[in-house]
Design a protein around this ligand. Structure first.
Ligand code: DGT
Ligand code: CA
Ligand code: ZN
Length: 595
């Protein structure tokens, strides 16, 4: 038998189980298929030989009948009842089961009574308020379904990955909760959240305690837990409300904490590199710690082998682990195998990656003058309270009428208000700015004699994202010829899980920005995170300077958005001196000046 695609088998079994649910089949049978799917998914050996040698039924949870179905799928490509079941139902019916709060019974009721066979059907039925009339539903459940529908759509569009911004706050709250569990010594986020990836599949938490059970019991009582997915000796998993996020918590003795944290922080690619290095030094690294390989070379040249027991080496923290490998400590954001291992071996990783405390001024903000939620004075006072010493006001420009863009008169009127606030609110300096549209042909939205009088001109693309690569490239290159443009705002225009970066010859555009002395924005809007970390590296390689912008449209967003700009900058290896709003106001204004 040829190699058999495990994923296809798992998918078919899950699908079968879902259809059986919709058919009202008994719960026991439904669950049997789900368990079989999980069993196959977790299988460490190849499926082909298992089938060929008739050993499937030796697996716990897989009986004669399920084994036959798997065999059929592997040999014929189909599985008997599945094809018929697919024909019995509308083609998109299984989408419905991805909506939180919508179980198979309710889905069946919606199908039978309202003909709802897809997410689109469901949305229509809810909006037309037909769902609330059904027995067992009500206005409340109609509203819940609409909210759940949104989540399901987003999950669908993104392969289940969520934006970091949807996850970060809840993950941190849960971390604090776990830290308060009985007996917890240390706890940390791990995985892609700790590495600050722009999207994440789930949340990984690692904690140390002498006894895991009481920690798990506390973990499962987190108020936002929707469902406990399972708990073993060292790992428990839950699904959270609202975000529908899965969280895995691992609890280990404190002596294993650092190596486990390191392991579950990843990334896999970073670890693969490290493992190779470790072997060269006669070491192995895993979630269980760093061990000497029997008969291997000493961990450090010049250190006698007998000085090290043939056993686990102490790893009190992650820095110790990297030290054992003869490397610099690698900050979690950098662990992607983007060259950080090589750099750390040569001690040339940046040690002054930009941090939150380095940022002295807020760049890019909107108030009620355009489409912001709070008054300019409220924004200024909030920025002051956060410890900023300057604040750039950058409303939308006239072409963005839909976003309250300022006409020339309104722009000038705002200058009077800025002057007034600068007189009355001490301790922070408001800078006059604008976020000007970069028009289709690359022109900015105000005449030069007006732009010239502004402290900070951000130029952003807001319309006609659909231009092709040549047009968009030309548009941006032309914009950079305008000597009054200081900062290129949300450069690629991407919206995470929603809109791809605009097509453009990015390297050519960055080359010109570098030549012309244009600053590149790293926009911290959680939907944007634009530039991406990879693009930040491209920019820094050209000597470009960055502005870490909040694009705040409300006082709350001044603090809330900065972490996402920092994430992109740090993952892109930006140091403090690469970022112009780490300078005092005079240095910041000086950096904006075009060459
Ligand atoms: P995600 O969840 O897709 O957003 O990304 P990660 O990096 O959080 O991936 P996840 O949750 O599957 O695993 C967390 C970390 O655990 C991962 O970064 C490295 C470690 N890990 C998990 N599975 C493996 C594996 O099969 N091999 C190795 N070397 N490491 C693994
Ligand atoms: Ca993860
Ligand atoms: Zn904008």
């Amino acid at each position: 038998m040829q190699s058999v695609d495990k994923a296809a088998v798992v998918k078919a079994l899950r699908e079968l189980s879902a259809y059986l649910q919709l058919s009202g089949e008994n719960a026991f049978k439904v669950r049997a298929y789900e368990l079989a799917a999980e069993r196959i998914a977790g299988l460490s050996e190849e499926l082909g030989p298992l089938i060929a040698e008739g050993r499937l039924t030796a697996l716990p949870g897989i009986g004669e009948s399920i084994a036959k179905k798997i065999e059929a799928l592997a040999t014929t490509g189909t599985m008997e009842p599945l094809a018929q079941l697919r024909d019995q139902f509308p083609p998109k019916i299984l989408e419905l089961l991805t909506v939180p709060e919508l179980g198979p019974k309710k889905a069946k009721a919606l199908l039978d009574q309202l003909g709802v066979g897809s997410l689109d059907d469901l949305e229509r039925a809810c909006r037309e308020q037909k769902v609330r009339a059904l027995k067992g539903f009500g206005q409340k459940s109609e509203e819940k379904l609409l909210a759940g529908l949104e989540l399901a759509r987003r999950a669908h569009a993104s392969g289940g990955r969520k934006r970091l911004g949807e996850v970060q706050a809840q993950a941190e709250a849960l971390l604090e909760w776990v830290r308060a569990a009985p007996g917890v010594v240390r706890a940390s986020l791990g995985g892609s959240v700790r590495r600050q990836r722009e999207t994440v599949a789930d949340v990984d938490l690692i904690a140390s305690a002498a006894h895991a059970a009481p920690v798990f019991a506390h973990f499962e009582r987190f108020p936002q837990v929707a469902e406990v997915l399972g708990a073993g000796a060292s790992k428990a998993s839950v699904r959270l409300k609202e975000t529908d996020l899965q969280v895995d918590l691992r609890v280990l003795p404190d002596e294993d904490f650092a190596s486990a944290l390191h392991h579950f922080t990843g990334s896999k690619a970073h670890h693969i590199k490290l493992r190779g290095l470790a072997l060269e030094r006669g070491l192995t690294i895993s979630e269980w710690g760093v061990h000497r390989v029997k008969g291997g070379p000493a961990p450090e040249p010049g250190v006698a082998r007998h000085a090290h027991a043939e056993a686990k080496l102490p790893v009190p923290d992650e820095a110790a682990l990297y030290a054992l490998l003869g490397m610099q400590f690698v900050p979690p954001e950098l662990r992607e195998d983007w060259g950080e291992v090589e750099a750390a071996l040569e001690q040339r990783l940046p040690t002054d990656l930009v941090t939150r405390g380095d940022v002295l001024g807020n760049v890019h903000a909107h108030s009620t003058w355009s489409d912001g939620a709070d008054s300019l004075e409220a924004m200024a006072r909030a920025a002051l309270a956060l410890g900023y010493s300057y604040f750039t006001v950058t409303e939308h420009s006239q072409t963005s009428g839909y976003a309250g863009g300022l006409t020339l008169d309104r722009l000038k009127a705002q200058w009077d208000e800025i002057d007034r606030i600068n007189e009355t609110v001490k301790g922070i300096r408001l800078l006059k700015g604008v976020e000007s549209d970069i028009l289709e042909d690359g022109r900015l939205d105000y005449p030069d004699e007006v732009l010239e009088r502004l402290d900070v001109v951000i130029g952003s693309v807001h319309q006609r994202h659909g231009q092709d690569e040549a047009q968009m490239t030309r548009r941006l290159l032309a914009a950079f010829d305008n000597p009054f443009l200081h900062i290129w705002g949300h450069p690629t225009g991407r919206l995470l899980n929603k809109r791809e970066p605009a097509p453009m010859r990015l390297e050519e555009v960055l080359d010109k920005a570098a030549r012309k002395g244009v600053i590149v924005e790293v926009n911290g809007c959680p939907e944007r995170m634009d530039l991406s970390p990879e693009h930040v590296r491209l920019a820094l390689a050209r000597g470009l300077k960055l502005s870490l912008s909040t694009d705040a449209h409300a006082t709350r967003e001044l603090a809330a958005h900065l972490p996402f700009a920092l994430a992109c900058a740090r993952k892109g290896w930006a140091r403090r001196s690469d970022v112009i709003n780490t300078f005092e106001v005079s240095g910041f204004l000086g950096a904006l000046r075009r060459n």
